[in-house]
Design a protein around this ligand. Structure first.
Ligand code: NDP
Length: 262
C-alpha cells in the first residue's frame, strides 16, 4: 500500500488525512495517510527516512514549508516562487518539492468572484501570502496591494514580488474589489484594524483561515460590514486536490468533499 502523511507542528488539527482518504475513495485507490508531528529540528532526518522506507508523498504545513526546500533535490517553479513547499514526493530517487497553495487558493476564489481587472488587497506577508502571490499576479487582476503588521516581512516580500504595492498597516483604507486575510490573527482571536467606513464600495472578503463549524473572526467582521465573505476551507480542499493530482495523476472531485467538511 502507498504511504502518505502530512507533517507539521502542531498537526493534530489537520484535515488532510480525511480529505485525501475521501479523494482516494472516489478513485478506488487504497492508501495510508497519517498525521505526524515533526518539528523544524527533526524535519530533515524524518523526511529522508520516510522516503528511504518507500514513502510515496508528504504534505507539509507550518512551520516546515521553508525548511523542506533544503531537503528537496528538485524544486518546482511554484515552490521556487513562494520560497516554500507543501507537497513532496520521490521520483527517480530524487525528492521533489512543489507548492499547491497558490493554485488551490485561486481555484476556490475564482468560484466566488471573477478576478479580471480587480484591485486586490492582501493582509499579511507570511508564507501563505508568498504562496498565493505568484498565481494571483498572473490571474488577470488589475493590481495587488499588501499590508503587513511588521515591515520586516513586508519589504523582502516586495523585493521578491516587485509588482506588489505596499500599504502601511494602520492606513487600511481606499477602494478595493477583493480583500484577502492571509494573516494568522484568527489563531489568537485577534481582530484586524479594519473599519468599514474607510473603504468605499463593498469588497469581496476572503479569509485563508477556516474553522469547521463556525465563521472565522475575519469572516464575522466583514459580514458585519455587509461585505460578502468566504473562509479558506475551499482552498484547503483545492490545494489538497492539486497534491493528489501530482501524486496519483487524477483530479478528484473537490466540491463533494468540501460539502462533507462543511
Ligand atoms: P506565517 O506565520 O508565515 O505568517 C503569519 C502572518 O500573519 C504574518 O504576516 C504576521 O505578521 C501576521 N499576523 C500574525 N498575527 C497577527 C495579528 N495578531 N495581527 C496582524 N497580523 C498578524 O503564516 P502563513 O502565512 O503560513 O499562514 C497565514 C494564515 O493562512 C494562517 O491562518 C493559515 O492557517 C492560513 N493558511 C490557510 C491555507 C488554506 O489552505 N486555507 C493554506 C496556508 C495557510 P508579522 O509579519 O507582523 O508577524
Amino acid at each position: 500500500m502507498q504511504n502518505f502523511a502530512v507533517i507539521g507542528h502542531p498537526i493534530s488539527h489537520s484535515l488532510s488525512p480525511f480529505i485525501h482518504q475521501q479523494f482516494a475513495r472516489q478513485q478506488d485507490i487504497t492508501l495510508n495517510y497519517e498525521r505526524v508531528d515533526v518539528t523544524a529540528e527533526n524535519c530533515t532526518s524524518w523526511v529522508r527516512q520516510f522516503f528511504k522506507q518507500g514513502g510515496s508523498g508528504l504534505n507539509v504545513t507550518l512551520p516546515l514549508k521553508e525548511t523542506v526546500l533544503n531537503i528537496a533535490d528538485v524544486i518546482h517553479t511554484r515552490a521556487k516562487m513562494a520560497k516554500a513547499a507543501n507537497t513532496l514526493w520521490m521520483h527517480q530517487k530524487q525528492i521533489h518539492a512543489d507548492n499547491t497553495d497558490g493554485v488551490g487558493f485561486l481555484r476556490d476564489l475564482q468560484r466566488h468572484i471573477n478576478l479580471t481587472n480587480r484591485k486586490v488587497l492582501i493582509l499579511g506577508a507570511g508564507g501563505a501570502t508568498r504562496g498565493i502571490l505568484g498565481p494571483l499576479l498572473q490571474s488577470g487582476v488589475h493590481s495587488v496591494y499588501v499590508s503587513n503588521r511588521s515591515d520586516s516581512r513586508a519589504h523582502p516580500l516586495q523585493t521578491d514580488f516587485p509588482a506588489v504595492h505596499l500599504v502601511p498597516w494602520l492606513q487600511l483604507e481606499g477602494s478595493y474589489d477583493v480583500i484577502i486575510n492571509a494573516t494568522a490573527a484568527g489563531h489568537t482571536h485577534s481582530s484586524l484594524p479594519l473599519q468599514s467606513d474607510k473603504f468605499s464600495g463593498k469588497p469581496f472578503a476572503y479569509d485563508l483561515s477556516y474553522m469547521r463549524n463556525a465563521d472565522t473572526p475575519f469572516v464575522q467582521q466583514c459580514r458585519a460590514f455587509g461585505w460578502e465573505s468566504m473562509d479558506g476551507l475551499g482552498m484547503l480542499v483545492e490545494q489538497a486536490a492539486e497534491s493528489f493530482y501530482i501524486w496519483h495523476g487524477v483530479r478528484p472531485d473537490t466540491q463533494s468533499v468540501l460539502q462533507l467538511l462543511r
